[in-house]
Ligand binder design. Structure first.
Ligand code: FES
Length: 160
């Protein structure tokens, strides 16, 4: 994903260049790109006159930030024991078939990232999949299709 330095400058100027606006500025960049591109972090460091190591420390300290490219939609499949015995593996396979990504990967259009976790605390609803914080329980392959289609459609609608 290409980083538009003018866009970064606009974000920085909008928030203010004093050091106290570092976190809000990084959050705005994260919201724009779904992660903190290295070129953007470099620009933040230059424009705010904050050493790069400090920008990096803030970016790695807060969970809200990612320094790896991430999709607009985060798909999480639970692979904990309760979900595993009810077919969680099939959900991961189905996400792979629909979007073409494996756990830990992001689609080439940066729309989806697939993650797995060991328990989401809703074992009774297993197997469980979460998309952008919304829980989907008792999942199976065809439900995965339906849920993912909804998020793909929203993209299509968003672009007219
Ligand atoms: S094992 Fe999946 S929610 Fe607990």
């Amino acid at each position: 994903m290409e980083v538009d330095i003018k866009k970064i400058d606009a974000i920085l100027e909008e928030h203010g260049l004093e050091k106290r606006w570092l976190i809000p500025s990084l959050l705005a960049i994260q919201n724009t790109y779904n992660y903190l591109p290295p070129e953007a972090m470099q620009r933040v460091s230059e424009r705010m006159q904050v050493p790069m190591i400090q920008v990096y420390q803030v970016a790695s300290f807060y969970k809200a930030f990612s320094m790896e490219p991430r999709g607009k939609h985060i798909v999480t499949v639970c692979m904990g024991t309760a979900c595993h015995v009810r077919g969680a593996e099939r959900l991961v396979d189905q996400v792979g078939r629909v979007i073409g990504i494996k756990p830990g990967e992001t689609s080439t259009d940066y729309q989806f990232t697939l993650e797995t976790v060991n328990c989401l605390g809703t074992c009774a609803l297993g197997p469980v999949m979460v998309v952008d914080g919304k829980y989907y329980g008792n999942m199976n392959a065809s439900k995965v299709d339906r849920v993912l289609n909804r998020y793909m459609k929203r993209e299509g609608e968003a672009h007219g």
